[in-house]
Design a protein around this ligand. Structure first.
Ligand code: GLN
Length: 487
């Protein structure tokens, strides 16, 4: 069984196509492992009957020579993607009983390609957080352990913490995730995985529970760059149900994957180096050397608006969140707590339904959007956002990609989370700029810290440079020889 679980997505696809294994066999192995690893709390809903039915259909299609791109491959789905007839909560009490009557475009794309649904994955409530501790279903345990203290439970990152823990612990072959300010890349770094946040608009947002609509993007979490290329290829689609959907030329990321950076100019922004810990600095230096050895030219660049990115993000994201979350009123969706009047019904429902971090964001959002403060905060933040975007544009006139750390450090203990929310927001310092500018960014597992925990390096590219990111990412991947957790 462990042989099956140790296959990558691409290897499993090849083994299925060669009829060396069946999807029912593979899926059963995953379902058993999900049971064995329930204590991680990665899944908030397991769908074994659906998984086995999907797997059977896939096996029939493979037999008939009708296999589609992801035929028979068992995936986990972040509980932010609406799945028709399957409870979807965004890990909020307010959606505790919500069963969508429709399917998100991204998941529909995956099912159309024959993927198997293992279940729904834990996350921070409404994707707000960096630890997965803001989930109404409780935290998720990172399968990685500190060498010095193997009993300490570490966070898997957030908000896609269920997705990252599941793929790292081999209870999903790959998973969908979403990234508004780092929620694919930071959990990828904490769990030793590849995570890509595509160009804004490349994947449809239709049917994804909204957090901050101008920043949200779907993307995959996988063990390898090739797996990420395969997943993303089938997640992407133009969708007229999403007004911000991008019409991009068809891509075959996997077929075009080349481990090659020869002649590529890669910039290292000096603002991302300032204040780096010695461990992260050493990792970045290693990354620079690997890329140089593979024939890239490394250049120093400056992104001078970087210090303003976090405050800008933490104005825009809560502003959009407060507007998006106004729909949870106890009338149309999910939970309802009755009251003596309509206002009381709203108040009681929202008081009981939302967790502390979500309430904090709604309050910040309402504040920055309120008359009198709108110009001083929201409009100002939009202007700074434009400057951040312009900064990247200037940088990309000189270089093809940028190399940065993904996070300030490795995964921390569930009991070591800073009590000050602002300190927590610093987790996102290297990731939010990418969302503000609508650019693609990928995190590649690049090494371990002194205590044996995974660390990631991030590559950022201009809009629609996903192929370049995969190609350069695979150079880092090949050099790093990252020691994945085995079953
Ligand atoms: N950690 C960030 C936040 O809490 C990013 C979340 C995300 O990307 N969904 O807003």
């Amino acid at each position: 069984m462990s042989d099956l679980l140790n296959l990558t997505l691409v290897e499993a696809r090849n083994a299925l196509a060669a009829k060396k294994i069946s999807s029912v066999e593979l899926t059963t192995a995953y379902l058993k492992q999900m049971e064995a690893k329930r204590s991680l709390n990665a899944y908030v809903l397991e769908t074994p009957e659906i998984a086995l039915a999907n797997a059977k259909t896939s096996d029939e299609r493979i037999q008939k020579g009708m296999a589609a791109g992801l035929e028979g491959l068992p995936l986990g789905i972040k509980d932010l993607y609406c799945t028709k007839g399957i409870r979807t909560t965004a890990c909020s009490k307010i959606l505790g009983n919500f069963v969508p009557t429709y399917e998100s475009t991204v998941t529909q794309n995956l099912w159309n390609q024959g993927a198997v649904c293992l279940g729904k994955l834990n996350m921070d409530e409404f994707a707000m957080g960096s630890t997965n501790l803001n989930s109404c279903f409780g935290g998720v345990e990172n399968p990685w352990k500190r060498k010095s203290d193997p009993t300490k439970k570490l966070v898997p990152g957030g908000s896609s913490g269920g997705s990252s823990a599941a793929v790292a612990a081999r209870i999903a072959l790959a998973a969908t995730a979403s990234d508004t300010g780092g929620s694919i890349r930071q959990p990828a770094a904490f769990c030793g995985l590849v995570g890509i946040k595509p160009t804004y608009g490349l994947c449809s947002r239709w049917g994804m529970v909204a957090f901050a609509s101008s920043l949200d993007q779907a993307g995959p979490l996988t063990r390898t760059v090739a797996d990420a290329a395969l997943m993303l290829q089938y997640m992407v689609s133009f969708d007229d149900k999403d007004a911000t959907s991008k019409k991009a030329p068809d891509q075959n990321y996997l077929a075009n994957l080349k481990t090659d950076v020869k002649g590529m100019r890669i910039g290292v922004p000096k603002e991302y180096i300032e204040g780096l810990s010695p461990t992260m600095r050493a990792l970045l230096d290693k990354g620079i050397q690997w890329l140089k050895d593979a024939g890239a030219e490394i250049r120093d660049v400056s992104l001078k608006t970087t210090p303003y990115a976090l405050p800008t993000y933490y104005i825009i994201a809560p502003a959009e969140a407060s507007a998006n979350l106004a729909r949870y009123d106890g009338v149309r969706y999910g939970a309802r707590v009755e009251g003596g009047s309509l206002d009381e019904l709203y108040e009681n429902t929202r008081t009981a339904g939302f967790g502390a971090e979500v309430k904090r964001r709604i309050m910040i959002g309402n504040y920055v959007l309120s008359s009198g403060y709108y110009d001083a905060y929201y409009i100002r933040a939009q202007k700074v956002r434009q400057l951040i975007t312009d900064d990247f544009k200037t940088a990309f006139s000189d270089v093809d990609l940028l190399l940065t750390p993904t996070t300030p450090g490795a995964a921390f203990g569930m009991d070591e989370v800073p009590s000050d929310p602002i300190a927590m927001y610093l987790q996102d310092i290297y990731t939010v700029t990418v969302n503000l500018a609508g650019l693609p960014g990928i995190s590649i597992p690049a090494g371990l810290d002194d205590d044996g925990l995974p660390l990631g390096l991030q590559l950022i590219g201009p809009a629609l440079s996903e192929q370049r990111l995969f190609n350069a990412g695979s150079v880092i991947e090949a050099a790093a020889q990252f020691p994945f957790l085995k079953d």
